[in-house]
Design a protein around this ligand. Structure first.
Ligand SMILES: Cc1cc2nc3c(=O)[nH]c(=O)nc-3n(C[C@H](O)[C@H](O)[C@H](O)COP(=O)(O)O)c2cc1C
Length: 318
């Protein structure tokens, strides 16, 4: 079985954590990842609320092991009670991302819960590791929001040199080969987003799922158009990697014009309500080209881990 010192200490059978993808990683996906031996995470993204979190916690059902909850820092600050509700659920891990302010860490630790955050350079990692238990080195290849600073492998290298805490690798890990690569490079585990976003348990709606399955690795870009188009207060340093579509073809490169384009903003809202990926945002990393079919998360994880294990064994055998 594929494992690392961190996965063994954490009581996981495999060194896999699903990224807490807002609107995608609900209780069903978290439960499936935990059942597969990884750490299942519920994600509350930019639309996270206490009632949404409560609903997804109910969907965890009779979870068979540890789980975690991921929050976006500016949403935590906006939604009173969200962090309290997360703590009350007694997760093994709380990840709060998109921040350089780690004042929440002590509060989470007082509840006996471990902490994680995503980082984008060695300096950020070093500051986070003064309190945070697990650092996620999230490379620019990754789907969704993040600072597109360094690619996953150079970032992982820099972060491993900067900190002594376990480091999970994130960004573009969509196959057993890339999983083997980050583990061989020293990651304590992998934090998978895009690869699990098309699992049958994910909340991803049907047409978005089909767009992900059709996409090639070259079909993504990093942009703020959708955040500006929805008037979301994402800090500018965290754009999102999404699939190219009609909306990005029209507005990427002139993001600030979207703020005043009422018709375009209305069309975006309508497309999101209708699950129309030709216009609505579809978060996806550069590993999207490896997605070929929607399958249960447990089967995806089993396959990634057995391919990675074989690759690492043949590498070690020389
Ligand atoms: C559909 C989707 C939604 C995401 N939503 C969130 C989120 O709400 N909070 C968060 O911390 N990260 C979110 N992310 C980013 C992931 O945490 C992670 O950085 C990324 O998925 C890793 O790259 P990969 O997608 O190539 O695996 C999201 C990613 C995707 C693909």
């Amino acid at each position: 079985m594929l494992s690392t010192p961190w996965s063994r200490e954490t009581g996981l059978r495999v060194p896999i954590v699903n990224a807490p993808m807002g609107g995608v990683a609900g209780g069903r996906l978290a439960a499936a990842v935990t059942a597969a031996g990884g750490l299942g995470m519920i994600g509350m993204g930019s639309t996270g609320t206490v009632s949404r979190l409560t609903g997804e916690l109910e969907s965890l059902g009779d979870i068979s092991g540890p789980f975690g909850i991921g929050l976006v820092d500016w949403v935590r600050a906006r939604e009173p009670g969200l962090l309290d509700a997360a703590l009350a659920a007694r997760p093994a891990l709380i990840a709060i991302g998109f921040t350089e302010d780690f004042s929440w860490v002590d509060r989470v630790h007082r509840h006996g819960v471990a902490t994680a955050t995503q980082v984008y350079d060695a300096e950020h990692a070093w500051r986070a590791a003064a309190g945070v238990d697990v650092i996620v080195a999230r490379g620019a290849e990754g789907g969704g929001h993040g600072a597109p600073t360094l690619a996953t492998l150079p970032l992982l290298d820099a972060v491993l040199d900067a900190v002594d805490v376990p480091v999970l690798a994130a960004g573009g890990i969509s196959s057993g080969r890339t999983l083997a690569a980050v583990l061989a490079a020293g990651a304590a585990g992998a934090w998978l987003g895009t690869r699990l976003s098309i699992s049958t348990e994910a909340l991803t709606p049907d047409r978005t799922r089909e767009a992900l399955l059709r996409a090639h690795g070259t079909d993504t870009l990093t942009t703020r158009v959708f955040d500006i188009g929805q008037n979301l207060p994402w800090p500018p340093r965290y754009p999102s990697r999404v699939l190219r579509n009609d909306f990005t073809r029209r507005w990427a490169g002139r993001e600030n014009d979207v703020a005043d384009a009422t018709a375009a903003r209305d069309a975006l809202a309508a497309a999101m309500a209708a699950d129309d990926p030709a216009v609505a945002p579809v978060d996806a990393g550069q590993g999207v080209g490896m997605l070929t079919e929607s399958r249960p998360a447990g089967r995806i994880i089993d396959e990634l881990c057995s391919v990675a294990e074989r690759a690492l064994r043949s590498w070690a055998a020389g």
